[in-house]
Design a protein. Structure first.
Length: 326
């Protein structure tokens, strides 16, 4: 139903509008106002959206509200207890950016001490005496700590951008809409690099296989964000397919290269990193399925888990490089 002309204001919704929102929350089921969106300008019309239990229940629009430009800056994340999490969430991103920057500097400083370069190859075929035989060519040399530095720099850039004033407004709108395109974009790069690091450690050197893993990781992240946007469990479970393919190949390559030789420190890397990667899928499922009523807690979980997983992989890379020649 339309808001009567003049019942809006430039800073916050009127008591009449809030009363309508609360009445709709009660009528729609549980009496919990999980996310309240303040007025904002979109296409020349001010609108107020009210989320109950993580889903939009009702939306009012008006073409005649005065003084509405700029109201999108007043959007907040508010739970039923009245606590505002926007400042806490942005502080966590700023803290994560600082920690990632420190870890990137440490990787650069340790590159001379623990640096190991690995040669990547491409497999082709060649004709020898009328017969076709495999031909392996070395084409690219990579640094293990250099790759670690790359994903730390990617994560640092992501978290710095999120806390910038204009971008943070867009980020908080995504959180209110229960999705995060920024995180998906970062994971397309950083998670792919991390999978490559694990694969190289367990013995994979074919650049074609590594490129396939990068592509599968992008597919996984895209399906994940689509599942968040549309709250689709079908898309969520479809995103597990590339994830399972990636890690199946990692453990298959580990078996080929090292078998059951537990004396090698290489085994510890996938055995530790795989459960951490698995946790991201579980958190994503809880958010998509609606088991976590406020998406801001999903964001907290992703940010903390990402920091833990990236740090753990860097520590294990340095440990393996100090003990083993790849």
């Amino acid at each position: 139903s339309a808001i009567p002309p003049g019942c809006g204001c430039a800073g916050k919704p009127t008591p009449l509008l809030l009363r309508k929102a609360q009445q709709t929350a009660v009528a729609s089921g549980p009496q919990r106002l999980s996310v309240l969106l303040l007025p904002r300008q979109r296409g020349g019309r001010a609108q107020i959206s009210m989320h109950t239990e993580g889903r939009v229940r009702k939306r009012w629009r008006s073409n005649s509200l005065p003084g509405t430009p700029g109201l999108h800056d007043a959007r907040r994340v508010v739970t039923s207890s009245g606590h505002e999490y926007e400042r806490d969430l942005l502080f966590l991103h700023a803290l994560a950016a600082a920690l990632y920057a420190i870890e990137a500097f440490l990787c650069y400083a340790l590159s001379d001490t623990f640096g190991q370069n690995v040669m990547l190859v491409v497999s082709t075929v060649a004709a020898v005496d009328g017969r076709t035989v495999p031909d392996v060519k070395e084409i690219l040399e990579i640094s293990m700590l250099g790759l670690t530095l790359m994903y730390f720099c990617t994560a640092t850039l992501h978290h710095i951008l999120v806390v910038l004033p204009k971008i943070s407004d867009a980020y908080m709108r995504m959180v209110n809409d229960s999705c995060n395109y920024f995180r998906a974009a970062e994971y397309c790069v950083s998670a792919g690099i991390m999978c490559i690091i694990v694969l190289v450690i367990v013995g994979e050197r074919n650049i074609s296989t590594l490129a396939m893993v990068l592509t599968l990781n992008i597919m996984c992240q895209v399906l994940g964000v689509v599942a968040e946007v549309h709250k689709s469990l079908a898309m969520h479970f479809l995103g597990w397919v590339p994830f399972v393919v990636i890690w199946s190949h990692i453990f298959f390559q580990l078996w080929i290269a090292y078998g059951l030789d537990t004396r090698s420190h290489v085994h510890t890397v996938p055995l530790v990193i795989f459960p951490l990667f698995l946790t991201f899928g579980v958190v994503s499922y809880l958010g998509v399925a609606g088991h976590v009523k406020n998406y801001v807690f999903v964001e907290f979980a992703f940010t903390v888990m990402s920091l833990l997983t990236k740090t753990m992989l860097a520590v294990m890379v340095i440990f393996v490089l100090s003990e083993t020649t790849l």
